[in-house]
Write a protein that binds this ligand. Structure first.
Ligand SMILES: [Zn+2]
Length: 184
């Protein structure tokens, strides 16, 4: 099966910053995407390709264009990578946004379980988003789509669970395991 990884935000507008390392969502998730590609060697039935959003002055067009590329590749599922952020440092946990379709929900639940086991953070659950923040990424493409927020970059707990390479690799692997659970 073909899994499209979409890195959230873009090189010009990089999203939230984690204060412990100064890394943006775009930088952190570009590395995670590379790790997912590397770890995919352990999952011979999953083909992974990473897609980047390109700033073009229109948010709508930026999303439409990247998901057109995902469709053109023939993806069986898409997963857009983010991390959460909040003004309160106590906000913490793992959540996955779903379009609400059967396949998207199945994938979102598998991710919630596998990423929860990998990171050990609070389970904030699967959230169906049909409008508002993130919804266009879930509705634009043909393939079942999810958007993950594995941790809060603003949370000391979220930072501690994701600042070491072995933790990032475990997260990458958990995303592939969930893909396997849901689609193979
Ligand atoms: Zn984001």
């Amino acid at each position: 099966m073909k899994l499209a990884i979409v890195v959230g935000h873009n090189a010009r507008s990089q999203g939230a910053v984690r204060p412990d390392t100064g890394e943006t969502e775009f930088a952190w998730n570009s590395r995670l995407a590379k790790m997912i590609e590397e770890e995919a060697r352990l999952f011979p039935r999953i083909r992974v390709k990473t897609f980047f959003r390109e700033y073009c002055g229109s948010y709508r067009r930026e999303i439409a264009e990247v998901y057109d590329q995902v469709d053109a590749w023939g993806a069986d599922a898409s997963n857009e990578l983010h991390f959460n952020s909040h003004s309160s440092r106590t906000a913490t946990g793992t959540e996955v946004l779903s379009s609400g379709s059967d396949a998207s929900l199945r994938y979102a639940r598998a991710l919630q379980e596998r990423m929860g086991a990998a990171l050990g953070l609070k389970d904030r659950g699967v959230k169906v988003r049909r409008s508002g923040r993130g919804s266009e990424s879930l509705m634009s493409g043909r393939a079942p789509a999810v958007l993950i927020e594995p941790f809060f970059g603003s949370s000391p707990e979220g930072q501690a669970a994701t600042d070491e390479e072995h933790e990032q690799r475990a997260l990458a692997r958990s995303i592939l395991q969930a893909t396997q659970d849901a689609f193979l």
